[in-house]
Ligand binder design. Structure first.
Ligand code: SAM
Ligand code: SF4
Ligand code: FES
Length: 340
């Protein structure tokens, strides 16, 4: 195992078989996390990039089996923020010092291209980078967002296991998901993707395939989080993913893609009260604090126990800055593009 970790740290490549061995064996986890931490420091430094997350609508036309926003969940109150409100939340976040805004929502057509582009153009005036995380769109839409000023797009592949993908995403296809990722790249947006860990029926082999897919795609950002069962979904009785396995998938991703951005995800902190700090010390270099104001935070309920739902953006900002300082790291003042 030590040899495999050393190989990954120096060559940034592993075979599928080697990744499975590392995922299976837990005797050298600390060595794995330490190696990912060294690679993170060497390639992307000690600064942590904060991205302010605006959850602007929980309305979704898709029906992903794991997600609380799925359209068949009648147990949540749906909302969508007016364009002006989204812009105001971004303005507030910029005043707290955020250099990137992430606009995230369920998948829907409640804003047409022109309205989305208007929101992007207005937020762009704040001199911040903009990331969109709004699901599967047409090639024209990705190009239009880029032209309006968007910089990045996050669309997790969720799983590269074709059978599993089909089972969990009625009416969707892995092929189309991959096509969207291709179009995001083509449009000149930084490409973010990632996967869920611990989906029912997911194997270590398929997680190894996910990691190798990230490598092949040469994604600019990879978000990895445990699947957390939601009682309002068909997967309510499943076991869910573990913090440890999610951390391992993340650490191996850092070893294979040394210079990309990797967030310490909110779902990790939901499973472990120090989850984000542990992730930042095991390969991650990004945190995405919630900057949605007021009641909406509670309504964006992907899974139970989501952190920060009763906190304010101002509180989260100082909370996370303090936590980052406590591990000897600092918050970056830059927009945090890959390689820059
Ligand atoms: N609708 C867009 C999409 O699917 O790309 C963006 C919003 S979606 C809520 C963002 C991410 O939440 C998904 O990519 C998925 O991985 C994650 N997610 C959904 N349900 C989850 C759950 N039960 N546990 C952990 N993560 C979950
Ligand atoms: Fe909708 Fe995204 Fe949730 Fe799927 S993961 S149900 S597309 S919000
Ligand atoms: Fe929200 Fe700590 S980041 S309370």
């Amino acid at each position: 195992m030590q040899n495999l970790i050393q190989k990954a740290e120096t060559t940034h490549s592993l075979t599928k078989h080697e990744i499975v061995l590392l995922l299976k064996d837990n005797s050298t986890n600390n060595e794995l996390f330490a190696a990912a931490d060294r690679v993170r420091e060497k390639y992307v430094g000690n600064e942590v990039h904060l991205r302010g997350l605006v959850e602007f609508s929980n309305i979704c036309k898709q029906n992903c089996f794991y997600c609380g926003l799925r359209r068949d969940n009648k147990n949540i109150e749906r909302y969508k923020l007016e364009p002006q409100t989204i812009i105001e939340f971004a303005q507030k976040a910029a005043s707290y010092g955020y250099k990137t805004m992430v606009l995230q929502s369920g998948e829907g057509d409640y804003y047409n291209i022109e309205q989305m582009c208007h929101i992007i153009r207005e937020i762009k005036k704040l001199d911040v980078a903009i990331t969109l995380s709004i699901g599967e769109k047409t090639e024209e839409e990705y190009f239009a967002y880029k032209q309006a000023g968007a910089d990045r797009f996050l669309l997790r592949i969720e799983t590269t296991d074709e059978e599993l993908y089909k089972k969990l995403h009625p009416g969707m296809s892995l092929e189309n998901r991959k096509n969207c990722l291709k179009n995001i790249r083509k449009a000149g947006l930084e490409l973010g993707t990632g996967c869920l860990v611990g989906l029912p029926g997911q194997t270590l082999e398929s997680l190894a395939d996910d990691i190798l897919y990230f490598k092949k795609l040469n994604a600019d950002m990879i978000g990895i989080g445990p699947f957390i069962p939601n009682e309002n979904t068909p997967l309510r009785d499943e076991a869910g993913g573990t913090f440890e396995l999610s951390l391992k998938v993340m650490a191996i991703t850092r070893l294979l893609l040394p210079d990309i951005n990797i967030p310490a995800t909110t779902a990790m902190e939901t499973l472990d009260p120090n989850g984000r700090l542990i992730a930042l010390q095991s390969g991650a270099n990004v945190v995405m604090p919630n900057v949605t104001e007021g009641e909406y935070r509670k309504l964006y309920e992907l899974y139970p126990g989501k952190i920060c739902v009763n906190d304010t953006p101002a509180h989260c900002r100082s909370c996370i800055t303090g936590k980052i300082a406590s591990i000897g790291r600092s918050v970056s003042n830059a927009k945090g593009f890959r390689g820059g």
